[in-house]
Design a protein around this ligand. Structure first.
Ligand code: ATP
Length: 234
């Protein structure tokens, strides 16, 4: 097994003349929980999308699992994009199995795992509920489960805490810890330091398009200015 699940080197992206991401490098240790922290518009989403090969960088490279191109390992990745979306007419269980099937998981196994995940999180009561009847937060939990139901080696979550009430935020934390215990690597973005502090082994801070810090949470505590550390919890 490689030491790093993600190795991003000098990632740079322009939108027109605007440099949305400027020379961002980071390495996510295999099996770790890694946070990309920064204010809205800092360039987190664009960085994650380049790391996963969803968009091409103008400069720099991203390699996964010890040197592989992201496009060649799609089945080993679970991704929750910033823009959420599920088919509103599907029931939770079907939506999860459907997302698994898109990643090559057998349909009945997907349904079985969907039920197991929902039960583990205390969400049995919504398993046969249609997405359109759910709160946004609950639909987001369903999409989150759908994005990891195929047991990916690397889980990338874009602002997963946004839009969740405190109970679902706790469920998300539980899921992240559980997936790490299974051996997965988790990379997630957030603009709230408290989320990173509670969960992450390491963090990178991106602000105004560039990486401003990389290290452990303890190092961040010692170094980062108060206003970055104590962004209020949503
Ligand atoms: P947020 O959480 O608000 O999405 P972010 O840190 O994820 O913030 P990005 O979404 O990566 O930031 O956006 C970085 C900057 O690039 C922002 O100023 C955004 O407006 C701009 N940007 C992102 N995508 C595009 C695009 N397709 N075309 C033009 N500008 C873009």
């Amino acid at each position: 097994m490689s030491d790093f699940s993600v190795e991003a080197n000098g990632l740079t992206k322009y939108f027109g003349n605007f440099k949305a991401v400027d020379n961002v490098s980071l390495a996510v240790p295999a099996g770790s929980i890694y946070g990309v922290l920064g204010p809205n518009g800092a360039g987190k989403t664009t960085s994650l999308r380049m790391m996963l090969g969803i968009i091409d960088p103008d400069e720099g490279t991203s390699r996964l699992f010890g040197g592989l191109k992201p496009q060649s390992v799609r089945g080993r990745i679970g991704y929750l994009p910033e823009e959420r979306g599920l088919y509103p007419g599907m029931k939770a269980r079907e939506a999860i199995a459907f997302m698994g099937a898109l990643r090559g998981l057998d349909w009945s196994e997907g349904r079985r795992r969907a039920a197991a995940f929902m039960a583990e999180l205390g969400l049995e009561r919504v398993i046969d509920e249609k997405i359109r009847k759910m709160s946004k937060g609950m639909a987001q939990m369903v999409q989150l489960i759908g994005s990891i139901v195929h047991a990916p080696d690397l889980i990338v979550l874009d602002e997963p805490f946004s839009g969740l009430d405190p109970v679902n935020q706790e469920r998300l934390e539980m899921l992240v810890r559980r997936e790490q215990a299974r051996g997965a690597t988790i990379l997630f973005s957030t603009h709230v330091m408290a989320h990173a502090e509670r969960l992450c082994d390491r963090i990178a801070v991106i602000a105004r398009s560039a990486r401003r810090f990389e290290g452990t949470v303890d190092e961040a505590r010692a170094l980062l200015p108060m206003q970055v550390r104590y962004t209020p919890r949503e």
